[in-house]
Design a binder for this molecule. Structure first.
Ligand code: PNS
Length: 161
């Protein structure tokens, strides 16, 4: 019997509780989830790839079916390289939908066998984003209920520097 694998790609700069919720829900549908951190995104990241890997590995350390990896260049090339043709992403609102729609069509053009599964956010995460969490912590707020304690700790360390 073949192993059902899906990739959850993203910037994860930093991971939010919304990301964690989507990944944990995705794992119920697959044997293995690969959380794939994009090294180069159009966004200026605050955390290095190694720091993002470290946070996600810590968050999922008890989940044997979740692997954390990173990739350079195109997502479709990474999917081909590891032989996976299923992507899982979360959707919070209409602007996510439009962004995902565009990305999906572009990725599908490049890799027609690729399929996409979208999980709708659970209500309590619909307002969360990596940038909101960064701003909250950088300005002295608390992010309880929005991100894992390791993320808050790492953001505070960045602030000190
Ligand atoms: O968490 P994000 O920033 O919404 O994730 C976006 C991500 C990383 C999935 C997307 O930017 C991506 O796939 N980047 C890798 C480069 C690539 O393949 N770009 C073409 C996308 S159509």
């Amino acid at each position: 019997m073949s192993t059902k694998i899906a990739i959850c790609p993203g910037s994860f700069d930093p991971p939010t509780d919304g990301h964690i919720n989507i990944i944990k829900r995705a794992r119920k549908q697959f044997d293995k989830i690969i959380v794939a951190i994009a090294k180069n995104t159009s966004k200026n990241t605050i955390f290095t790839t190694e720091e993002r890997i470290e946070m996600l590995r810590e968050i999922f350390k008890k989940c044997k079916d979740i692997e954390v990896d990173s990739f350079d260049g195109l997502l479709v090339d990474y999917c081909r390289k590891i032989g996976c043709h299923t992507l899982v992403r979360g959707i919070r609102n209409m602007s996510d939908y439009e962004y995902e729609f565009q990305m999906a069509l572009a990725n599908k053009t490049l890799y027609p066998e690729l399929e996409f599964i979208y999980l709708m956010t659970e209500g309590q995460y619909s307002h969360l984003s990596s940038s909101i969490i960064k701003e909250l912590i950088m300005l002295g707020g608390t992010s309880a209920g929005m991100c894992h304690p390791i993320v808050e700790k790492k953001l505070k360390e960045k602030l000190k520097k």
